[in-house]
Write a protein of this length. Structure first.
Ligand code: GRF
Length: 217
C-alpha cells in the first residue's frame, strides 16, 4: 500500500458532539484560540442535552452550537435522530467528527456516513476498561497505571483502532475523582494533538499502525 501525505491548504472543519461538562471541547477551543491548533475550524457543536455546560462554553466563546433532540433512546443514537445528526454535520461540511464526552453509542449508519473520520476520547488505556466507570474498575483491579486514549470509532464500543494514549501512574491514595482529574489533564492535551494530526493529513486509517502513539511530556 502506498501512503501519501499531502500538504494542507484550507482549514479542516470539525464537528464536536457533547453531552455535558465540555472540558475537552473547551481545550479544543483554547488550543485554536491560542494558535496551538492550526488550520482547524469548529464548524458546529451538537449537544444531545439542552442543559449541557458545553453549550454555555460555546456561547461564551462564539462557537456555533445547537441542541439536537437525540430521540427516544437513552444510550444510543439511532433512527430519525441519527439521520438528523448526520444531516446537520454534513450541512456544515464537517470533515472530522469528534466525540468529546458524547454519552451515546453511535451506530452503523452514522459510522458509515463518516467512516474512519470519527474519533473519541476515552479515559482508560484501551483495550483495557472500555465502557463506563473506568476509574472505579481500575482502582478495584489495583492497576499501577491508567490513562486515556483517542481512538477511531467503529461498531465496537471503544474498540476502534487506537491513535494516541497518555499514561498516568495510579497513586496509593487515589479515589476515582483524583485519578479522573489527573487523566483529564492528559485528555486535554492529546485530543487537540490528534485533531492537529488529522488537519495535517498525517493520519490515514489504513496506514495507521496497530499500536497507538504514546504521548510523553
Ligand atoms: C471525559 O472523561 C472523556 O474521556 C469521556 O467523557 C468525559 C467528558 O468530559 N468520554 P468533558 O465533557 O469533556 O469535560
Amino acid at each position: 500500500m502506498i501512503c501519501l501525505i499531502f500538504g494542507v491548504e484550507d482549514s479542516m472543519k470539525i464537528g464536536v458532539l457533547v453531552s455535558g461538562r465540555g472540558s475537552n471541547l473547551e481545550a479544543i477551543i483554547k488550543a485554536i484560540k491560542e494558535g496551538e491548533l492550526k488550520n482547524v475550524e469548529i464548524a458546529i457543536v451538537i449537544s444531545d442535552n439542552k442543559e449541557a455546560k458545553a453549550l454555555e462554553i460555546c456561547k461564551k466563546n462564539g462557537v456555533n452550537a445547537i441542541y439536537l433532540n437525540p430521540g427516544e433512546y437513552k444510550t444510543k443514537l439511532e433512527g430519525k435522530p441519527e439521520e438528523e445528526y448526520i444531516n446537520k454535520l454534513k450541512e456544515y461540511g464537517v470533515e472530522l467528527v469528534v466525540l468529546a464526552g458524547f454519552m451515546r453509542v453511535v451506530k452503523s449508519r452514522f459510522i458509515n456516513a463518516f467512516r474512519n473520520r470519527i474519533i473519541n476520547i476515552h479515559p482508560s488505556l484501551l483495550p483495557k476498561y472500555p465502557g463506563l466507570h473506568t476509574h472505579e474498575r481500575v482502582l478495584q483491579a489495583k492497576e499501577k497505571e491508567s490513562g486515556c486514549t483517542v481512538h477511531f470509532v467503529n461498531e465496537q464500543v471503544d474498540g476502534g483502532k487506537r491513535i494516541m494514549q497518555a499514561k498516568v501512574k495510579v497513586l496509593e491514595n487515589d479515589t476515582p475523582e483524583t485519578l479522573a482529574a489527573r487523566i483529564l489533564e492528559k485528555e486535554h492535551k492529546i485530543l487537540p494533538k490528534v485533531i492537529q494530526m488529522f488537519a495535517n493529513n498525517e493520519i490515514d486509517y489504513d496506514c495507521f499502525p496497530d499500536n497507538p502513539i504514546i504521548f510523553e511530556e
